[in-house]
Design a protein around this ligand. Sequence first.
Ligand SMILES: *Cc1c(COP(=O)(O)O)cnc(C)c1O
Length: 993
Amino acid sequence: MRVGTLRYQDRDGEGKHPLIAPRRGHEISENLLSHNSLRGDFTSRHIGPDASGARRMLDTVGYDGLDELIDAAVPDSIRTHSPLNTPAARSETEVLAALRAMAARNEQRVQMIGLGYYDTVTPAVLRRNLLEAPGWYTSYTPYQPEISQGRLEALLNFQTVVEDLTGLPVAGASLLDEATAVVEAILLMRRANKSAPAAVVVDTNCFPQTLSVVRARTEAVGIELIEHDTTRGLPEEKFFGVVIQNPGSTGQVRDLSALINRAHEQDALVTVATDLLASTIFEEPGAQGADIAVGSAQRFGVPLFFGGPHAGFMAVRQGLERMLPGRLVGVSRDVDGAVAYRLALQTREQHIRRDKATSNICTAQALLANVAGMYAAYHGASGLRAIASRVHGHATAVNAGLRAGGVDTLHADFFDTVVARVSGRGRAVVLAADRLGVNLRLIDDDTVGISCDEKTTDAIVARVLEAFGVSAGVRGADGQSRDSRTSGWIQPDLARTSPFMTADLFHRYRSEAAMQRYLRRLSDRDLALDRTMIPLGSCTMKLNSAVEMEPISWPGFAGIHPYAPDEQTRGYRELIGDLESWLADITGYDRVSLQPNAGSQGELAGLLAIRNYHRSNGDTGRDICLIPQSAHGTNAASAVLAGLRVVVVATASSGDIDLGDLRNQLEEHRDHVAAIMLTYPSTHGVYETDVRQVCDLVHDAGGQVYVDGANLNALVGLARPGEFGGDVSHLNLHKTFCIPHGGGGPGVGPVAVRAHLAPFLPSHPFDTDGVTGPVSAAPQGSAGILPITWAYIALMGPDGLAAATRTAVLAANYLASELTDSFPVLFTGADGLVAHECILDLRALTKATGVTAEDVAKRLIDYGFHAPTLSFPVNGTLMVEPTESEDLAELDRFVAAMKAIRAEIQAVADGRWPLEQSPLRQAPHTAECLLADEWTHPYTRREAAYPLPSVMADKYFPPVRRIDGVHGDRNLVCSCPPPEAFAIDGDREEVPV
Ligand SMILES: *Cc1c(COP(=O)(O)O)cnc(C)c1O
């Protein structure tokens, strides 16, 4: 046991942790620290600073105790009067036992329901070294490309897999799921084809959840939806685009070439929702002329997870790439001309384009895309084809068995899914299968679907046939090594003829040793939370503890199909029920939906609830969403997708919402105001004192108040948005509640509402009575990662949660105090204090010296740090959020680096180093540039690489130098470059710095 470590005690215990129940002048006695019960101890391990560290931080900030600091920082007007009511803290052992019991109440079956979710084998080498490896899952979105080359390469591999398999040249780095990917494709087709009428044709043989999500989303933005059976050709009406699913929901595989041609003749674009595994043996959408292909990469090694998280994908033909939603990895070069990866075309994204962005998607599904890409690389083209052929072989065996037994099936051409006609016996067949341990899809009482997957065996096929009462022998596919295309099982005109995944990389990592080392090599190139604090404002990069992470790959959670019958998912439903009520208590709202699978989707769900609430009151003219200037870009983009118009509210010089401007806007738009969307504490890192007044003004004008809850880490246990004026909020469980960021997803963005909005929450995709409809394909979104948040809340208990918030505020104020002399803190609230983050203003220094915030961000890499948030929400600044998890030593390491960088800026100011030749502008420094024979800079190699002695021990060398983003955007390359590109031939193009 560490001496001096803070030990959490039960709420009624006598000795109290100063972070948990601070008292003025409270002395920390040694016996307070010495009780040895493991119960509740997790809090002291989650929270970084120990008692003496907290004391020193308080001294620096100038407060006697944490209570005093919190009382001074957090306005009285928003403080809650009732403490959190979540269950008392439990030990790690107890929490794991409770989760294990819940997992056991989820009944495992052979999952053959299909509907876009198929069982798969996650290769153990990927589970252990990627999905469960902190170097991968704790990394941030790769906005700082120099410290993200590993995961950028992995995402580029994913893009290449999707491009090759769909036969389209540009694929994005993941979307949220298949249904929302279809919506994104519809919106893209609309952007690309603005002159056609606002109508889209969607084939009726799409998955029912896709149709539900599409109905909800097209209605909101005023696109007419024509649901049509395209096996009968195209409808009479005019439309801008067509969506067809192939293989269809009932399994049919079609040659779409003629239909796509006809749509093109009518100037419409065509999206094909497809299956990557099917595309290894069936003709790919690109070869049939599709403009866009979308789908889910789940079956490439990502567990069912009760519906998510899984990587959605989108690929487009040449000419549409600049309209892609979500993130796109591209190839560029660094200042020395070396090949380097970075996010391409970021000007499409909401951070810059706001209400004109191509999509509201921010957090996507990077980690799962990486698993899928590596799964493809591990199996290679031949391996994938073998898996697909086996899946197809088993489906063929099911089909043949059924037909031989006198059971009719719908389609002659299928990949993995066979649909049987059972005239009134549907329920009985599904029940019989259940008794044999198999879940089938009950389409209606006359039709039953069977979807085969990588785990299907001849024995399982035999059980399926038995459930149908068919006793035909199984023509086995277990040991078959034939390629479906040459076996005569696929009609020649449906078979894929083009090669795919021919790049070297898809041959290099087929052995486990090679794959293990590849994964290690890539993660070594990156800086994730397992190496350094990531002081990112607005993103709350806190500890993702191992105990929270452990349950997610247990089969009781990972192996459950999202459409399994309720009686098989008792454990999940208990866990979800707990979370809904805990989050309602934490936020002060009445109802919570966990369906949105990112913050952006929570925003959309919340705004749709507001819109539909107004409409239900006959207030159809309320279509304006007021959004403060400083808001996160997703806010404006989501408002547009909810069918609202964005009106910006000015920011006062204090950084707060300009009340005068707000009054004017409310006056001007009076009967049209649907809502205000504000972030609290604001994105300026300040607890605004007049937030209640803002809420009252908007309510008086008949509008609703949306509180963006991304900054809830400054509120939990201290204040509740539902109490101080909010009608609805979304939370980011991947920020405040410990779900790791995954290098850009997964996320969970629950939406919480007051009672009057509850009827307008997202509905189950199969519930036709829902007013708002679903926002995600799976009823509970990314359910598979909810155990992480459940564990966090259970481990911390109410006092631990509040202690985390208090410590986060203390840590931010400590950094602000320590750094403000070097870099002025831009906005402060009461008593000169900040909330849980602070903005360091570099603009005056930039003006005086030319050194930019970006230079500081890149120079931090040489000091071994991930940069703070760069130029959001204010250009030319850095926003720092330390979180409660960083201990004083780590905070001080950051302070020391920032102060040293400030001294370097001084050296530029003093003329000791010309700016262009300063270590700031030259940063980051690779080992290669440091060891070059020639060294012409005015600073030494040691000053470049070891600017502080403490950097030496575990020096991180970035793999590339500063990356030229413009070059990459001009010469867009979004697939793996050929190996020649990496050759060091001494004749690289010189790029001016
Ligand atoms: C992160 C964030 C969002 C968006 O959440 P995602 O999960 O990335 O979609 C919205 N608002 C604020 C203030 C945020 O910090």
